[in-house]
Design a protein around this ligand. Sequence first.
Ligand SMILES: [Zn+2]
Ligand SMILES: [Zn+2]
Length: 603
Amino acid sequence: MSDKPEEKYEQSELYRIRHSASHVMAQAVLECFPEAKLGIGPAIEAGFYYDFQLPRSLTPEDLQDIEKRMRRIVAGRHAFERSSVSAAEARRTFKDQPFKLELIDGLEKGGTDEDGNPLEAAGEITLYKSDTFTDLCRGPHVEHTGKINPSALKLMSIAGAYWRGDEHKPMLQRIYGTAWRTPQELKDHLAMLEEAKKRDHRKLGKELEIFIFDEEVGPGLPLWMPNGGIMIEELERLAKETEEKAGYDRVRTPNISKEDLFLRSGHLPYYAESMYPPMELEGVKYYVKPMNCPMHHKIFGARPRSYRELPVRLAEYGTCYRYEKSGELFGLMRVRSMQMNDAHIYTSEELFEQEFMGVAALYSKYFELFGIQKYVMRLSLHGKAGLGKKYVNNEPLWIKTEEMVRHAMKNGGIPFVEAADEAAFYGPKIDVQIWSAIGREFSLATNQVDFAQPARFDLKFTDKNGGEETPLCIHRAPLSTHERMIGFLLEHYAGAFPVWLCPEQARIVPITDGHAEYARTLEKRLRAEGIRASADTSAERMNAKIRHAQLMKIPYMLVVGDQEVQAGTVSLRCRDGSRKDGMSTQEFIAQAKENISKRAAGL
Ligand SMILES: [Zn+2]
Ligand SMILES: [Zn+2]
């Protein structure tokens, strides 16, 4: 079972410590560069940053100096003092700070807050002063700088960042830092980052020959190598078996469709920025699909439906294309083509809770299978001000659907937190955050409740009384996309996958050339039994072959020499270091097959 949902990060002590540390850092930078122009300095996941325009590029020595100054400022135990000011006063305070002046304009007009994020109404303008430094800020902070532990503070890196993320605006220098409550927490965090570097999915993906990117193919478009192809097949097999038992029907749909479909679905009006531009054929515009939903809706609507056949569950490992900005692409985690563990469930309100819990059960099953111990579901709700703009304009339906989801989650004992104003345009959304084995957070899958698209597609079913009703649609993808899932699994397992998921499950290593033929016979026999095996009959020495198999994180290594050839046995060396000599081939096959068929976690 997962941990209880934690308090909101924005309200936590760590958030206050980190945000306060960003003030202290800005003060230290101003000491070094009195002419510095200040951007913004928010707390972020696991740390904080501040953006500066400086007369020269920062060096690692600068970071050391700034960090030293921060420790001195922290020791002064300076209180954070709040004052509420008029826009004119704020402009006087920041008269030499053009970026702050721009933020004050936003605050005054009510368009954006002091971090440049959208704001619904004009905000109060508040300043916080500590020691010699004053910032345009809403807080929250710690009481005084002494609450920042100087031994749990570290500046991490320098990066370039455009002002307000806009490439037409000045490039600023961003300093990233991290701050924790105790030195031990900092140490653990740094150790985790070190481990994450070793487990970086881009590095492992290359070493284990799982995927590549190619200049000529294009950014964000992964090519799956044979090893990746096998993992994809295994994940699909898992999904298909699970979904078949759960009553899903499989469908197939094309990768492109006419513009009309996406106009009707609402993707073109609400989602066009994330779509590839159209191609024109015979005077008609076609788009590659960013989502599979509209086509599944067409399949549901292809004939009259009765309440008796609900719920209808349509599943497809659909390939979708989304236009992500070049700067936002990241390995397999942010790509432009993706194969999604997609399905749409069409249900009546009456059956909604049961279906929703069925989907939740799928998630739990997968979490258990992959040893994902910590997860949180975040229920994203609509925001009143966004109705008719980013959300379908039907408040009663929003409230009703949100209540249905909340009720189902509570009844099912699913840990969740709520987030206002983050829903999808067509309904409330449940984002699933999971943590990898080394404690890094991933946003893997979403589960969405849609009360708008079925109506846009005029989907209907005949209810018990012979009347017509519009179904609700649940969009779900518990195994996410292959891209994200395999990216996550690479880090989670550090590339040492459970046997069922391993591209190569057994490597046969003959001690000399004289044993090569036995090795090849063994290879054939294992393959005939459904075990992915290969004999390494290359000219390399045995030790090199063993090392190579270890680098590829192959779970079973079978070493064969004179003894094994004579007795018809194998010497088994497992990836975890355990060994068994003189094992009968039959025994090994039985053991491996059982492990694979159970999708066991260990060897
Ligand atoms: Zn602040
Ligand atoms: Zn969908």
